[in-house]
Design a protein around this ligand. Structure first.
Ligand code: ADP
Ligand code: MG
Ligand code: ZN
Length: 595
């Protein structure tokens, strides 16, 4: 409707412009009649020079045979015959209005009407459109997947067997409730998917929609939040009403933490609107009778900030944990995302899975996509292992920056630095095997040493942490050993080493002096591992003890790195020379130095 009215408005404007334009141009196109007296015309008629005479009211226009036009006015009472102009002498046509002179009059009347009318019409439509919008405001924008349009299924989700099992049960509940009710089991009201970003929560929910065979309403929690207070709550009401009308149904709220945060913490600004929205969700979930076959699913990567009221039984009482994929799951995910890509026979998915410890499903998908792009750029017909390796490095370490040219001196320093890391890493038992050393800039770093764990690890010991710190300090120590000088290149290494040492003392209870106690209450996200702030909940005395212990750990680790590098100084120089020449050393070549 809105579209039509806008079109009408445009047409009116165009017509007005066309008419005005035509009225301006037209007189100059028709050759202008020359004003004369009536006697002149009579003369010409008698001389048989006139081909046509037209009469409009009192105006007489004679068209001569040479196409010239003459115009004159007769007296009102007189007719042409009175002037001796008769039809046998000349062709006469009579029209009752003088077209040329009438148009301006019509214009001057019509134009303002048209303009004002068009304007009013337009305004009216605008206002109505706004009204219609306001009426829609409280409606949720949930997308509905009908049972018919099956898109994603559990087959598209790799690994996560336990999570799938749990969700399969939920689907069963909806399909055949009697089976469960006969045993007195209640249908769960809410299922909360918890897991780090990119691990496939949204994907899993979509798969449930595909499997369930019931209507599936999907909405992101952030869509509840609008500029106006109360809209979120209205949308929640609308969404639940829709779901109930379509029961049995599943209602999926993605990114739940956007509104589900603890009320009244003030963290991130206490937000009236969010609280109202959350309250409405709680109310709606309580309002479900046991007969209502609507299951609410929600996903979050911040379960720690969710309001406890959401988590109590009767609401999101089922929790499905989704973890970072392990080795076999990574392989399965890689295979899923290579299904529509032509893979070369040399691709080794198990090897890629080993190289991508700690990456999420979304990262792995990204790697396969990057590999496809890199291959297409070189006009390859299939995706080779080498391209996948390049993609892994790009995703894990940042894009190569070949344009950043290091001076010979800087390259040498950075080579010593990296080989320092690599040597310490190779020779200390607690470090992971070296996979690759490079002095090609990537992201912010001038070079990198990439070590890879042989298998996924879940436990870290004190010895392992200390060796890791030694490896991190290896670059700094190597620079100092060779040049008796240090550079800013070690900045991020030192930061990470200090963080590990601090956590050992304050979080993991790995210092004998401090003992098994957690110091400093941190606002920390479990999954993101990012600290938001720290409460100092210990005495100043303890604080100096903590500092001492941290210093001790760093110092011991530094000594160890120095020991290793001093003992192997010739090897350090030899490997560095090779690195400067070749720019990258892969693990087989690196291992050769130790035979
Ligand atoms: P989340 O919602 O947990 O942040 P998504 O569900 O949006 O993550 O996952 C992002 C993408 O990563 C998905 O579209 C999917 O292609 C891929 N992905 C993640 N986990 C898996 C998995 N287990 N199997 C297959 N693909 C996965
Ligand atoms: Mg998601
Ligand atoms: Zn370094």
């Amino acid at each position: 409707m809105n579209k039509i009215s806008r079109n009408v408005f445009y047409i009116i404007v165009i017509v007005i412009i066309a008419l005005v334009g035509w009225s301006l141009i037209s007189p100059s196109i028709n050759n202008q009649p020359q004003q004369t007296g009536i006697s002149q015309i009579i003369e010409q008629v008698n001389a048989n020079n006139v081909s046509q005479i037209s009469v409009a009211d009192n105006q007489i226009t004679a068209t001569l045979k040479n196409n010239q036009k003459l115009q004159a006015y007769k007296e009102t009472s007189a007719s042409l015959k009175d002037y001796g102009i008769t039809p046998d002498k000349v062709n006469i046509s009579v029209s009752n209005s003088a077209a040329n002179s009438a148009w301006p009059t019509i214009f001057s009347v019509l134009l303002p009407i048209l303009v004002i009318g068009g304007f009013l019409f337009f305004m009216l439509r605008q206002a109505q459109g706004g009204n219609a919008k306001a009426m829609n405001f409280g409606q949720s924008k949930a997308r509905l997947f009908e049972p018919g349009d099956k898109k994603t299924t559990f087959a598209d989700v790799a690994g996560m067997e336990e999570s799938k099992q749990e969700l399969y049960e939920v689907v069963e509940f909806l399909k055949s409730p009697t089976k469960f009710k006969n045993l007195g089991a209640e249908i769960p009201k809410g299922v909360l998917l918890i897991g780090p970003p990119g691990t496939g929560k949204t994907l899993l929910a979509r798969a449930v929609a595909g499997e369930a065979g019931v209507p599936f309403f999907s909405i992101s929690a952030s869509e509840f939040v609008e500029m106006f207070v109360g809209v979120g709550a209205a949308r929640v009401r609308d969404l639940f009403a829709k779901a109930k009308r379509n029961a049995p149904a599943i209602l999926f709220i993605d990114e739940m933490d956007a509104i589900g945060r603890q009320r009244g913490t003030g963290l991130g600004g206490s937000h009236d609107e969010r609280e109202q929205t959350l309250n409405q969700i709680l109310v709606e979930m309580d309002g479900f009778e046991t007969e209502t076959r609507v299951i609410v699913m929600a996903a979050t990567n911040r379960p720690d900030v969710l309001d406890p009221a959401l988590l109590r039984p009767g609401r999101f009482d089922r929790r499905v944990m989704i973890d970072q994929p392990d080795l076999t799951e990574r392989e399965a995910i890689l295979k899923i995302h290579s299904r529509n890509k032509p893979m070369n026979s040399d691709v080794d998915f198990a090897k890629i899975a080993r190289q991508t410890a700690g990456l999420s499903g979304a990262d792995l998908k990204n790697i396969m996509n990057e590999a496809a792009i890199l291959s297409a750029r070189e006009n390859l017909k299939t995706i080779h292992q080498a391209k996948i390796s390049a993609a892994i490095e790009k995703v894990m370490l940042g894009p190569e920056r070949k344009s950043r040219i290091l001076s010979a001196k800087e390259k040498e320093i950075s080579a010593y630095h990296e080989v320092g890391h690599a040597l310490v890493g190779k020779l200390l038992p607690g470090c992971d095997p070296i996979h690759k050393i490079s002095v090609i800039s990537r992201g912010m770093a001038l070079g990198f040493t990439w070590s890879l764990p042989e298998e996924d690890k879940h436990l870290y010991s004190r010895a392992k942490f200390k060796d890791e710190i030694s490896q991190l300090l290896g670059g700094w120590v190597a620079e100092k050993l060779i040049y008796n000088e240090v550079t800013t290149g070690a900045q991020s290494d030192l930061k990470r080493a200090t963080k590990i040492a601090r956590d050992m003392v304050m979080v993991y209870g790995m210092s004998d002096k401090i003992g098994p106690i957690v110091l400093g209450e941190r606002e920390e996200t479990v999954f993101l591992g990012r600290e938001i702030g720290e409460h100092k909940n210990y005495s100043n005395e303890k604080a100096s003890q903590i500092d001492e212990e941290i210093f001790k750990i760093i110092h011991e680790s530094q000594k160890k790195a120095e020991e290793v590098l001093i003992k192997n100084k010739t090897l350090l120089k030899k490997i560095t020379e090779t690195l400067i020449k070749k720019e990258t050393i892969e693990s087989p070549e690196f291992e050769k130095f130790f035979k």
